[in-house]
Design a protein around this ligand. Sequence first.
Ligand SMILES: [Zn+2]
Length: 92
Amino acid sequence: MINKESMICPYCRGENEEIRGKTFRTDDFKKTAGYSEPTYRDHLEMFILKSKNDKYAGLMIENINGARYIDIRYCPFCGRKLYKSDIKRGDK
Ligand SMILES: [Zn+2]
């Protein structure tokens, strides 16, 4: 039998049009060939957040200075659509 719980994407999980996804941190990122470890710790955290009144989900990017975000329409990890389909391209 398929375990439904194991198929839920941890990064875009939520209920009733609200999303609070799993946080991933600097230590979770894989390093590219040219990456050199900084001498400081950057405390970078990222997660997907959406409240019921938000049109789109936000990919939250947080560090010691605070949080910033960009609107996203699909989960970058599992591809699930994160907005209502009645929003057309170009709508603000
Ligand atoms: Zn997802």
